[in-house]
Design a binder for this molecule. Structure first.
Ligand code: KG4
Ligand code: ZN
Length: 342
């Protein structure tokens, strides 16, 4: 009961997440998503997301407090994602967090979204060991990180140079005429396809790319290759084998993600890999990661999906760790930073 009671606010993309933790114990994790509103655009529209956060925040906070069985006045601290993410969306959460902290006269902790994803693992109740490599893949980011210490030593090894992995799934789904969000649709379509039917390119995997971009990702060339392949089929008047295209595309994404993550483990002598982000729902990604990691002697951790997708509990959990480590709260001078480094 001495552990800090923290409310976390997450609004970096399209999920309005409010989570409450007591130390490392999860009390509530409320999520309102504006994904359905973005469906007709085929991707997250920043302005629409920001407005949706504004409407969803108050009810989400009330629901989270009720679910946790606490009062706002019981809180020891408020935490919020200050970046990276969509500027307008972040600003809504940061504004709400500042107001709440001032109104309640509680300390406020501004935290990094990506480090929050790593902190989510703490809430699983298992002992988390460091160092670990972390692969975070969602509709907004694709990042490979080396975590020596959660609160003091997180190093960005690499990230996507263009589309995020989830974004690539969404764009290919659109080309194939599948609805948004495309990840689950491609996953389903791929189930009956042959992953080796078409050899699509693995971005930034050539020897010539490795010096400068060993741990970076690129999915735009893959997207173009898939689009061109489909165009050629259609031009030849042949039907597009959707299952084979989906399976071969998925294989290319999964292959490059797992190869680079395990390369990072090997190069840094780290026998642990943590996975996070909404793309972790991908069946083939989980399967290949577990298979190849086992062969490489690397232990894989995959938190439950409700903690992998964007949520407020991971933000609260990170702040609770910062408090336990004696970190000072943020001053009110901070703002949203769409490109905040780890
Ligand atoms: O973390 P997340 O819920 O939120 C944001 O990024 O905002 O991730 C959503 C992304 C979307 O791009 C979606 O298509 C992708 O994750 N996704 C998947 C799967 N389920 C969701 N991608 C591949 N396979 C899946 N099964
Ligand atoms: Zn995220």
């Amino acid at each position: 009961r001495d552990e800090p009671l923290v409310l976390g606010i997450e609004t970096s993309c399209d999920e309005t997440g409010i989570g409450i933790v007591r130390g490392r114990t999860l009390l509530s994790n409320t999520i309102a998503s504006s994904m359905a509103e973005h469906a007709r655009y085929g991707g997250v529209v920043p302005e629409v997301a920001a407005r949706a956060h504004l409407e969803a925040l108050q009810p989400a906070i009330e629901a989270a407090v009720a679910e946790a069985g606490v009062e706002l006045s019981d809180l020891d601290a408020v935490a919020v994602t200050s970046g990276p993410g969509l500027a307008g969306a972040l600003m809504v959460g940061v504004g709400a967090a500042k107001s709440l902290a001032v109104a309640l006269d509680k300390p406020l902790y501004a935290v990094n979204h990506l480090v929050g994803h790593i902190a989510a693992d703490i809430l699983t109740g298992d002992d988390v060991e460091y160092p670990t490599v972390a692969l975070l893949v969602s509709g907004g980011h694709t990042s490979l990180l080396l975590v020596r210490d959660l609160v003091s030593d997180v190093e960005m090894l690499g990230e996507t140079m263009d589309d995020a992995a989830g974004e690539a799934f969404d764009k290919i789904a659109r080309i194939l005429g599948l609805p948004y969000p495309g990840g689950p649709e491609i996953d389903r379509a791929a189930a009956t396809g042959d992953p080796n039917a078409i050899r699509f390119p693995r971005g930034l995997s050539r020897a010539s790319d490795m010096a400068a971009h060993r741990y970076d990702f690129s999915f735009s060339g893959l997207k173009t290759a898939v689009a061109r392949w489909i165009e050629q089929r259609e031009a030849a008047g042949e039907p597009v084998p959707v299952a084979d295209v989906a399976a071969s595309f998925r294989e290319a994404v999964v292959d490059v993600l797992v190869t680079k993550a395990l390369d990072a483990c090997a190069q840094h002598g780290v026998p642990r890999l943590l996975l996070g982000g909404g793309v972790i729902a991908n069946r083939r990604l989980r399967e290949v990661a577990l298979e190849r990691a086992a062969a490489a002697g690397v232990a894989v951790r995959i938190p439950p999906l409700s903690l992998c997708t964007d949520n407020g509990a991971m933000i609260a959990a990170l702040a609770a760790e910062l408090i336990a480590g004696g970190a000072a709260p943020s001053t009110l001078a901070f703002g949203a930073d769409s490109t905040l480094p780890v």
